[in-house]
Design a protein around this ligand. Structure first.
Ligand SMILES: NC(=O)c1ccc[n+]([C@@H]2O[C@H](COP(=O)([O-])OP(=O)(O)OC[C@H]3O[C@@H](n4cnc5c(N)ncnc54)[C@H](O)[C@@H]3O)[C@@H](O)[C@H]2O)c1
Length: 265
Protein backbone atom coordinates (compact mmCIF):
# COMPACT_ATOMS: atom_id res chain seq x y z
CA UNK A 1 0.00 0.00 0.00
CA UNK A 2 1.30 3.46 -0.82
CA UNK A 3 1.86 6.09 1.84
CA UNK A 4 -0.67 8.89 1.73
CA UNK A 5 0.89 11.82 -0.12
CA UNK A 6 1.97 15.01 1.59
CA UNK A 7 3.01 18.36 0.12
CA UNK A 8 1.43 21.44 -1.40
CA UNK A 9 -0.25 19.40 -4.13
CA UNK A 10 -1.49 16.48 -2.03
CA UNK A 11 -4.94 15.55 -3.33
CA UNK A 12 -4.47 17.67 -6.49
CA UNK A 13 -4.51 16.26 -9.99
CA UNK A 14 -1.98 17.68 -12.45
CA UNK A 15 -1.99 16.89 -16.15
CA UNK A 16 1.27 17.51 -18.05
CA UNK A 17 1.50 17.30 -21.84
CA UNK A 18 5.06 16.89 -23.13
CA UNK A 19 6.30 14.99 -20.07
CA UNK A 20 8.67 12.51 -21.77
CA UNK A 21 11.79 14.68 -21.52
CA UNK A 22 13.23 18.15 -21.03
CA UNK A 23 11.13 20.75 -19.25
CA UNK A 24 8.05 18.52 -19.15
CA UNK A 25 9.95 15.73 -17.43
CA UNK A 26 11.39 18.14 -14.85
CA UNK A 27 7.88 19.51 -14.32
CA UNK A 28 6.50 16.02 -13.67
CA UNK A 29 9.29 15.36 -11.16
CA UNK A 30 8.66 18.70 -9.41
CA UNK A 31 4.91 18.15 -9.05
CA UNK A 32 5.54 14.57 -7.91
CA UNK A 33 7.80 15.85 -5.11
CA UNK A 34 4.96 18.16 -4.04
CA UNK A 35 2.56 15.23 -3.70
CA UNK A 36 0.39 15.67 -6.83
CA UNK A 37 -1.39 12.89 -8.66
CA UNK A 38 -0.08 13.00 -12.22
CA UNK A 39 -1.60 12.39 -15.62
CA UNK A 40 1.34 12.48 -18.03
CA UNK A 41 1.13 12.62 -21.82
CA UNK A 42 3.51 12.85 -24.74
CA UNK A 43 3.69 11.75 -28.36
CA UNK A 44 6.88 9.89 -27.35
CA UNK A 45 6.17 6.50 -25.73
CA UNK A 46 9.08 7.19 -23.32
CA UNK A 47 6.42 8.95 -21.24
CA UNK A 48 5.40 5.51 -19.98
CA UNK A 49 8.90 4.94 -18.53
CA UNK A 50 8.76 8.36 -16.87
CA UNK A 51 5.50 7.38 -15.20
CA UNK A 52 7.07 4.08 -14.18
CA UNK A 53 10.01 5.86 -12.53
CA UNK A 54 7.83 8.37 -10.71
CA UNK A 55 5.38 5.63 -9.87
CA UNK A 56 8.13 3.80 -7.96
CA UNK A 57 7.78 6.49 -5.33
CA UNK A 58 4.07 5.88 -4.99
CA UNK A 59 2.57 3.55 -7.57
CA UNK A 60 -0.99 4.79 -7.18
CA UNK A 61 -0.55 8.32 -8.32
CA UNK A 62 0.88 8.40 -11.85
CA UNK A 63 -0.82 7.62 -15.15
CA UNK A 64 0.71 7.92 -18.62
CA UNK A 65 -0.73 8.06 -22.11
CA UNK A 66 0.63 8.54 -25.61
CA UNK A 67 -1.04 11.62 -27.02
CA UNK A 68 -0.47 13.72 -30.11
CA UNK A 69 -1.48 17.17 -28.89
CA UNK A 70 -2.46 18.22 -32.44
CA UNK A 71 -5.29 15.65 -32.48
CA UNK A 72 -8.54 16.85 -30.89
CA UNK A 73 -9.90 13.36 -30.24
CA UNK A 74 -6.70 12.31 -28.43
CA UNK A 75 -6.79 15.46 -26.28
CA UNK A 76 -10.43 14.78 -25.35
CA UNK A 77 -9.59 11.14 -24.57
CA UNK A 78 -6.72 12.21 -22.30
CA UNK A 79 -8.97 14.52 -20.30
CA UNK A 80 -11.68 11.86 -20.04
CA UNK A 81 -9.21 9.18 -18.92
CA UNK A 82 -7.75 11.54 -16.32
CA UNK A 83 -11.16 12.31 -14.84
CA UNK A 84 -12.06 8.64 -14.88
CA UNK A 85 -8.87 7.70 -13.05
CA UNK A 86 -8.45 10.62 -10.62
CA UNK A 87 -11.89 12.33 -10.49
CA UNK A 88 -10.78 15.86 -11.38
CA UNK A 89 -8.16 18.07 -13.12
CA UNK A 90 -6.71 20.86 -10.99
CA UNK A 91 -3.80 21.88 -13.23
CA UNK A 92 -3.17 21.55 -16.95
CA UNK A 93 0.43 22.25 -17.97
CA UNK A 94 1.08 22.16 -21.72
CA UNK A 95 4.84 21.95 -22.09
CA UNK A 96 5.01 20.15 -25.44
CA UNK A 97 6.52 22.14 -28.27
CA UNK A 98 8.67 21.94 -31.38
CA UNK A 99 11.29 24.24 -32.83
CA UNK A 100 11.08 25.09 -36.52
CA UNK A 101 13.79 24.38 -39.04
CA UNK A 102 15.60 27.69 -39.50
CA UNK A 103 14.51 29.51 -42.64
CA UNK A 104 13.82 32.98 -43.92
CA UNK A 105 10.11 33.68 -44.27
CA UNK A 106 10.71 33.79 -48.03
CA UNK A 107 11.93 30.18 -47.95
CA UNK A 108 9.90 28.68 -45.11
CA UNK A 109 8.09 25.59 -46.42
CA UNK A 110 4.42 26.04 -45.62
CA UNK A 111 4.26 22.44 -44.31
CA UNK A 112 6.88 23.41 -41.72
CA UNK A 113 4.88 26.49 -40.70
CA UNK A 114 1.74 24.34 -40.36
CA UNK A 115 3.60 21.69 -38.29
CA UNK A 116 4.95 24.23 -35.80
CA UNK A 117 1.63 26.06 -35.44
CA UNK A 118 -0.19 22.75 -34.99
CA UNK A 119 1.97 21.61 -32.07
CA UNK A 120 2.72 24.93 -30.39
CA UNK A 121 -0.56 26.81 -30.84
CA UNK A 122 -3.38 24.48 -31.83
CA UNK A 123 -2.23 21.83 -29.33
CA UNK A 124 -2.59 23.99 -26.20
CA UNK A 125 -5.91 25.30 -27.55
CA UNK A 126 -7.23 21.76 -28.03
CA UNK A 127 -6.05 20.82 -24.53
CA UNK A 128 -7.82 23.84 -23.04
CA UNK A 129 -11.01 22.83 -24.84
CA UNK A 130 -10.62 19.33 -23.44
CA UNK A 131 -10.21 20.35 -19.77
CA UNK A 132 -12.34 23.50 -19.44
CA UNK A 133 -15.73 21.76 -19.01
CA UNK A 134 -14.31 19.69 -16.13
CA UNK A 135 -12.60 22.72 -14.52
CA UNK A 136 -15.84 24.74 -14.74
CA UNK A 137 -17.82 21.89 -13.23
CA UNK A 138 -15.45 21.51 -10.29
CA UNK A 139 -15.36 25.30 -9.71
CA UNK A 140 -11.84 26.15 -10.82
CA UNK A 141 -8.46 25.15 -12.17
CA UNK A 142 -5.16 26.47 -13.42
CA UNK A 143 -3.88 26.33 -16.99
CA UNK A 144 -0.17 26.88 -17.57
CA UNK A 145 1.17 27.07 -21.12
CA UNK A 146 4.82 27.27 -22.05
CA UNK A 147 5.57 30.09 -24.49
CA UNK A 148 9.09 31.48 -25.05
CA UNK A 149 11.24 34.59 -25.01
CA UNK A 150 10.59 34.37 -28.78
CA UNK A 151 6.91 35.12 -28.02
CA UNK A 152 7.46 38.90 -27.84
CA UNK A 153 9.32 39.76 -31.05
CA UNK A 154 9.79 38.22 -34.45
CA UNK A 155 13.33 36.85 -34.85
CA UNK A 156 15.04 36.26 -38.18
CA UNK A 157 14.95 32.63 -39.37
CA UNK A 158 12.44 31.68 -36.66
CA UNK A 159 9.34 33.51 -37.94
CA UNK A 160 7.07 30.48 -37.71
CA UNK A 161 8.16 29.55 -34.19
CA UNK A 162 7.80 33.16 -32.99
CA UNK A 163 4.32 33.36 -34.54
CA UNK A 164 3.30 30.13 -32.81
CA UNK A 165 4.37 31.37 -29.37
CA UNK A 166 2.99 34.93 -29.88
CA UNK A 167 -0.34 33.33 -30.74
CA UNK A 168 -0.15 31.01 -27.74
CA UNK A 169 0.19 34.03 -25.44
CA UNK A 170 -2.88 35.58 -27.08
CA UNK A 171 -4.94 32.42 -26.65
CA UNK A 172 -3.84 32.13 -23.02
CA UNK A 173 -4.92 35.71 -22.36
CA UNK A 174 -8.30 35.09 -24.00
CA UNK A 175 -8.85 32.01 -21.82
CA UNK A 176 -7.86 34.05 -18.75
CA UNK A 177 -10.48 36.71 -19.43
CA UNK A 178 -13.20 34.28 -20.49
CA UNK A 179 -12.80 31.83 -17.62
CA UNK A 180 -12.07 34.18 -14.69
CA UNK A 181 -15.74 34.03 -13.67
CA UNK A 182 -15.38 30.24 -13.42
CA UNK A 183 -12.44 30.40 -11.01
CA UNK A 184 -9.99 29.31 -13.72
CA UNK A 185 -6.65 31.07 -14.24
CA UNK A 186 -4.51 30.82 -17.37
CA UNK A 187 -0.91 31.95 -17.60
CA UNK A 188 2.26 31.32 -19.59
CA UNK A 189 5.81 30.68 -18.55
CA UNK A 190 8.14 32.19 -21.13
CA UNK A 191 11.55 30.52 -20.89
CA UNK A 192 14.79 31.87 -22.26
CA UNK A 193 17.44 29.32 -23.30
CA UNK A 194 16.92 26.02 -21.53
CA UNK A 195 19.62 23.38 -21.68
CA UNK A 196 17.52 20.59 -23.20
CA UNK A 197 17.65 18.55 -26.38
CA UNK A 198 15.73 21.34 -28.16
CA UNK A 199 18.39 23.92 -27.26
CA UNK A 200 21.32 21.62 -27.99
CA UNK A 201 19.93 20.67 -31.41
CA UNK A 202 19.44 24.35 -32.29
CA UNK A 203 23.07 25.06 -31.33
CA UNK A 204 24.32 22.09 -33.39
CA UNK A 205 22.37 23.15 -36.48
CA UNK A 206 23.43 26.80 -36.23
CA UNK A 207 27.07 25.75 -35.66
CA UNK A 208 26.95 23.54 -38.74
CA UNK A 209 25.55 26.34 -40.91
CA UNK A 210 28.35 28.68 -39.70
CA UNK A 211 31.09 26.06 -39.97
CA UNK A 212 32.03 26.24 -36.28
CA UNK A 213 31.78 23.73 -33.42
CA UNK A 214 28.71 23.37 -31.23
CA UNK A 215 30.84 24.41 -28.24
CA UNK A 216 31.83 27.64 -30.01
CA UNK A 217 28.20 28.26 -30.90
CA UNK A 218 27.21 27.72 -27.28
CA UNK A 219 29.73 30.34 -26.14
CA UNK A 220 28.32 32.86 -28.66
CA UNK A 221 24.73 32.26 -27.57
CA UNK A 222 25.35 32.10 -23.84
CA UNK A 223 27.34 35.37 -23.97
CA UNK A 224 24.04 37.08 -24.95
CA UNK A 225 22.48 36.04 -21.62
CA UNK A 226 23.17 38.42 -18.69
CA UNK A 227 23.18 35.48 -16.23
CA UNK A 228 25.71 33.81 -18.55
CA UNK A 229 24.20 30.40 -19.22
CA UNK A 230 21.13 28.48 -20.35
CA UNK A 231 19.15 27.24 -17.36
CA UNK A 232 18.49 23.63 -16.41
CA UNK A 233 14.89 22.50 -17.10
CA UNK A 234 14.23 22.48 -13.34
CA UNK A 235 14.32 26.31 -13.32
CA UNK A 236 11.36 26.41 -15.72
CA UNK A 237 9.58 23.60 -13.87
CA UNK A 238 9.70 25.67 -10.66
CA UNK A 239 7.86 28.51 -12.42
CA UNK A 240 5.25 26.11 -13.84
CA UNK A 241 4.64 24.66 -10.36
CA UNK A 242 4.28 28.20 -8.98
CA UNK A 243 1.66 29.09 -11.63
CA UNK A 244 -0.12 25.82 -10.89
CA UNK A 245 -0.23 26.58 -7.18
CA UNK A 246 -2.48 28.78 -5.08
CA UNK A 247 0.46 31.11 -4.51
CA UNK A 248 -0.22 32.49 -8.00
CA UNK A 249 -3.96 32.97 -7.24
CA UNK A 250 -4.07 36.66 -8.32
CA UNK A 251 -2.22 36.03 -11.58
CA UNK A 252 -4.10 35.41 -14.79
CA UNK A 253 -3.32 36.28 -18.39
CA UNK A 254 0.32 36.80 -17.43
CA UNK A 255 3.52 35.67 -19.07
CA UNK A 256 6.18 34.89 -16.49
CA UNK A 257 9.67 35.47 -17.92
CA UNK A 258 12.29 32.98 -16.75
CA UNK A 259 15.11 33.88 -19.08
CA UNK A 260 18.30 34.94 -17.29
CA UNK A 261 17.73 38.49 -18.53
CA UNK A 262 18.19 37.59 -22.20
CA UNK A 263 15.57 40.14 -23.28
CA UNK A 264 17.56 42.96 -21.69
CA UNK A 265 20.27 42.86 -24.33
N1 LIG B 1 14.74 24.61 -24.75
C1 LIG B 1 14.64 25.93 -24.91
O1 LIG B 1 15.66 26.64 -25.04
C2 LIG B 1 13.28 26.59 -24.91
C3 LIG B 1 13.23 27.99 -24.93
C4 LIG B 1 12.00 28.62 -24.92
C5 LIG B 1 10.83 27.87 -24.90
N2 LIG B 1 10.91 26.51 -24.90
C6 LIG B 1 9.65 25.77 -24.88
O2 LIG B 1 9.64 24.94 -23.73
C7 LIG B 1 8.86 23.76 -24.00
C8 LIG B 1 9.66 22.54 -23.63
O3 LIG B 1 10.80 22.51 -24.43
P1 LIG B 1 12.02 21.48 -24.19
O4 LIG B 1 13.25 22.28 -24.32
O5 LIG B 1 11.77 20.67 -22.98
O6 LIG B 1 11.88 20.62 -25.54
P2 LIG B 1 12.09 19.05 -25.80
O7 LIG B 1 12.19 18.93 -27.28
O8 LIG B 1 13.19 18.52 -24.95
O9 LIG B 1 10.71 18.42 -25.28
C9 LIG B 1 9.49 18.67 -25.95
C10 LIG B 1 8.52 17.53 -25.63
O10 LIG B 1 7.31 17.78 -26.38
C11 LIG B 1 6.89 16.53 -26.94
N3 LIG B 1 6.06 16.74 -28.13
C12 LIG B 1 6.46 17.22 -29.33
N4 LIG B 1 5.45 17.17 -30.21
C13 LIG B 1 4.37 16.67 -29.55
C14 LIG B 1 3.04 16.37 -29.92
N5 LIG B 1 2.58 16.59 -31.18
N6 LIG B 1 2.21 15.87 -28.98
C15 LIG B 1 2.65 15.62 -27.72
N7 LIG B 1 3.90 15.87 -27.32
C16 LIG B 1 4.76 16.39 -28.22
C17 LIG B 1 8.21 15.83 -27.29
O11 LIG B 1 8.03 14.44 -27.51
C18 LIG B 1 9.06 16.16 -26.07
O12 LIG B 1 8.90 15.21 -25.04
C19 LIG B 1 8.47 23.84 -25.48
O13 LIG B 1 7.15 24.33 -25.59
C20 LIG B 1 9.46 24.83 -26.05
O14 LIG B 1 8.96 25.48 -27.19
C21 LIG B 1 12.11 25.85 -24.89
Amino acid sequence: MSASPSGRFAGKVVMIVGAARGVGLATAQAFAREGASLSLADIDPAVEQVAGQLGDVDGERVAARRVDVTDAAQCQALAAATVERFGRIDVLAVVSGVLQKTARISDLPIEEFDRVLAVNTKGPLLMAQAVLPQMRQQGGGRIVNVASWFAYNGHAYFGGYCASKFALRAITQAIAEEEAENGITANCVSPGNVDTEMHRRALREEAESRGITAEEMKEIEWAKIPLGHACPPEDIADAIVFLGSDQSRYMTGASLDVNGGVLLR
